[in-house]
Design a protein around this ligand. Structure first.
Ligand code: ZN
Length: 381
C-alpha cells in the first residue's frame, strides 16, 4: 500500500502563512509524515470554489483578471517571497481535478448512487444564487427576494447499508477511532444536492447542468485523489480537523475511492500558534537556536496535533517544548534503523504513540528524510 499524505485543501481566504500559521498545520503535518515515509513532497492543495472568492473577484478593482489566475495570484501571495512549495500547488479547479471529478460523477450516475433530477430550491430572484430555506437574505447579493425554483440538479442518495464514516474511512488505529465524529457526520439529510450556483468551480454543463458547478465539499475529495493519482499513491490520506471532516464527510461518501486509489481522513487538532511568544523565556533558558525553534514550531507541533485531535491549549506549550528538547538531546549519533522502521510502520498504520516516545522521536529526528526548501514543511537546512 503506497500512502501519500495531503492537506485538506485550504480555503483561499484573506491571510498569509506569516500572519496565520495555524492555516498551515495540515500542510506541515502532511509534509512531516511524507518525509518520515521517504516520500516526495506532495503538492499544497487549495480550495478556491467559495462564494467569498466570487464576491472578491466581482469587487476587485482594475482590469478583470481571469478567475483562475486571480486565485493563483492570491495563493502565491500567501508564501514568503521565493518560498513556493517544492511539490507545487494544486487547486480544486485544476484540469486534472475536474477531469477526475467528472469521471467519478459519471461512475456514480451509472451505478445509481447519484442521480440528475428535478429539484425545487429557494433561489434569489435578483441574482439567481441558490439560498438556504427560511427567508434569509441571499448570501451573494443580500436581496431578500427569493422564490422556489425548479431545475435539474445533481443529487446524491446516501447509502443506507453503511454509515457515512466507517472505520476504513479514518486513518487511525482501532483504539483511536473518532466515535463522536462518526456520530455527528451521520446527522445529515438522506439526499444531498451536489450542484451549486457559483461563478467558479467544476463546471457541470457537460452533464447538462448549465450554470451549475460541483459542490466544493465534493471537489475537495477529487482534489486529494487527483494529487494522489499524480504521485501513483493508492492511499490518499487527507489531513483535516474534526470540524472540517464533519462538514465534508457526507458529501464525500461516494467520492473517497476511484479505481484503485482510496481516500482516508487523518484527523488533527488546532495549534495555539497565536501564543508562541509565551515560549521565548524558555527558548532563552534552553539557548534554543532559531533552527531548533523553527523545527519545534513547524515540525514537532504539527506532528503533535495528530495526537491532540481535540486541540492543543496554550498552557501545554512549555511542557511540549521540554518534551521536544528531551528527544532532541537524546538523539543518537546513528539512527537505530529498526526503531525508525517501527515509526514508519506506525505512520502508515495511523498509530500515534511514537509521538510521545522520546527514543522513537529522537530516532526520527536523526533519520528524518528531509523536505528541505518546503516553506510550510519542516525543512530549514
Ligand atoms: Zn442574490
Amino acid at each position: 500500500m503506497r500512502h501519500l499524505f495531503l492537506n485538506g485543501p485550504v480555503q483561499n481566504g484573506p491571510f498569509t502563512f506569516d500572519t496565520r500559521p495555524g492555516k498551515a498545520v495540515g500542510i506541515r503535518l502532511a509534509a512531516a509524515l511524507n518525509a518520515i515515509l521517504g516520500l516526495p513532497s506532495a503538492p499544497h492543495l487549495w480550495n478556491t470554489v467559495t462564494l467569498a472568492g466570487d464576491l472578491r473577484h466581482r469587487e476587485a478593482d482594475g482590469p478583470k483578471i481571469p478567475r483562475q489566475r486571480f486565485e493563483a495570484d492570491l495563493i502565491a501571495d500567501k508564501y514568503p517571497l521565493g518560498q513556493s512549495p517544492v511539490g507545487g500547488i494544486m487547486t480544486d479547479t485544476d484540469a486534472d481535478v475536474s477531469g477526475l471529478a467528472l469521471e467519478m460523477i459519471e461512475n456514480n450516475l451509472r451505478s445509481g448512487t447519484i442521480t440528475i433530477s428535478h429539484e425545487t430550491v429557494p433561489t434569489c430572484r435578483t441574482c439567481g444564487h441558490m439560498t438556504s430555506a427560511g427567508g434569509h437574505p441571499c448570501n451573494a447579493c443580500g436581496s431578500t427576494d427569493t422564490q422556489d425554483r425548479t431545475g435539474l440538479h445533481l443529487v446524491a442518495e446516501l447509502a443506507k447499508d453503511r454509515p457515512i464514516l466507517d472505520r476504513s474511512d479514518i486513518h487511525a488505529s482501532h483504539r483511536q477511532q473518532p466515535k463522536h465524529l462518526q456520530h455527528t457526520a451521520a446527522n445529515v439529510a438522506q439526499r444531498l444536492i451536489l450542484s451549486r450556483t457559483r461563478d467558479h468551480g467544476i463546471d457541470l454543463s457537460p452533464l447538462g447542468l448549465n450554470r451549475l458547478v460541483l459542490d466544493p465539499r465534493v471537489g475537495i475529495h477529487a482534489t486529494v485523489l487527483a494529487a494522489a493519482r499524480r504521485h501513483q499513491a493508492d492511499m490518499a490520506v487527507m489531513t483535516i480537523t474534526e470540524n472540517a471532516a464533519n462538514h465534508i464527510a457526507a458529501h464525500g461518501q461516494h467520492f473517497r475511492q476511484h479505481d484503485s486509489t482510496r481516500l482516508q481522513y487523518a484527523l488533527h487538532g488546532h495549534l495555539p500558534y497565536d501564543h508562541m511568544a509565551c515560549l521565548h523565556p524558555l527558548y532563552e533558558a534552553y539557548r534554543a537556536t532559531e533552527e531548533i525553534q523553527d523545527y519545534f514550531e513547524r515540525w514537532f507541533l504539527p506532528i503533535f496535533s495528530l495526537r491532540a485531535k481535540t486541540g492543543t491549549r496554550p498552557d501545554q506549550l512549555p511542557a511540549l517544548f521540554k518534551q521536544y528538547m528531551r528527544a532532541h538531546l537524546a538523539r543518537p549519533v546513528f539512527a537505530d534503523e529498526a526503531a525508525f522502521e517501527a515509526v514508519q510502520h506506525s505512520v502508515s498504520a495511523g498509530n500515534t504513540e511514537w509521538i510521545t516516545d522520546k527514543q522513537a522521536l529522537a530516532n526520527v529526528m536523526i533519520a528524518r528524510r528531509d523536505t528541505s526548501g518546503d516553506h510550510c514543511g519542516a525543512g530549514h537546512d
